[in-house]
Design a protein around this ligand. Sequence first.
Ligand code: ATP
Ligand code: MG
Length: 317
Amino acid sequence: MTQATERERGSAPAGAPDAARERATALPLAPMAEAASGPSAAGAAVSGASRAHGSSGAARPAPDAPKLEVQGLSLSWDGRPVVADVSLEVRPGRLACLVGRSGTGKTTLFHAIAGLTAPDAGRILLDGRDVTGRPGSIGYMLQKDLLLPEHRVLDNVALPLRLAGVPKARARSQAQERFAEFGLAGTERLYPSQLSGGMRQRAALLRTSLSGADTLLLDEPFSALDALTRADLRQWFLGQVERLGLTGLLVTHDVDEAVALADEVLVLAPSRAAGGAATIVGRVAVDVPRADRAGLMLTEKALHLKAAVLRLLGEDW
Ligand SMILES: Nc1ncnc2c1ncn2[C@@H]1O[C@H](COP(=O)(O)OP(=O)(O)OP(=O)(O)O)[C@@H](O)[C@H]1O
Ligand SMILES: [Mg+2]
């Protein structure tokens, strides 16, 4: 995988500066087109995904079949292997957290899962359909929130709908309907610089949600926040995942956060067997119902779970 490959795929204008390129690639297009036709973007997108599946003539997946599957994914930059033979699956309505040290290849992996770069090997399945190298099916919140400073919050959030061809007034009103749900009522006419960090993150999450996908990749969505805001936003986020029936794969450096949020923690770390490239070196199931998550971090169980993750990361626990 190289930058040229990324550009050839048409995911971003050649020569675009990084931020502009990321902006161009952040917003999945196919589900947004689905979102354009329905009364509520999220609702339309969920049914849109089903329609797409049905129209392909493929059998509907069994209810317990994985929503997202990554099979044997290997990725390199300029010939240097970064990620090797990564396999994972996330079942519908579940949240998996990918934890790994800085530079191990989490964002590289996410770009490939989102279809923005072609892997050297392996494939990505969504609802059993091969979506390898095809952006548009999976919502992707990038590591930086990338709100456009010169646009009001409402227009930032409505951007996926606009890109899907929804007329401006309708895109604004569809986006506006979701502001209260994301705790953003009253911020519509502000500019991103006038929002707090937590509000910016929620605006970015709302924008990702309006992309219409029911499966989300979230790259360190809460990293820029103080500990208290983070804890609040995590609980709020879990409520949204539950309420909207979303399936998610989330990157975090924070082991506490992974244990607090995930149904399963996946640990990505360099492996000698893979010639130093990163792979999933272990998994820790967090078998705690969402309703009991708020108090989890104060329990002995949380300590054991964190110790298990830290051991896999190579910490001396
Ligand atoms: N565009 C690029 N061109 C060449 N190498 C890259 C590029 N992007 C990332 N890399 C390299 O790939 C490796 C993994 O980077 P990546 O950004 O995926 O790590 P990460 O796990 O997301 O790190 P962090 O936790 O700091 O965000 C690093 O060695 C990085 O230098
Ligand atoms: Mg990263």
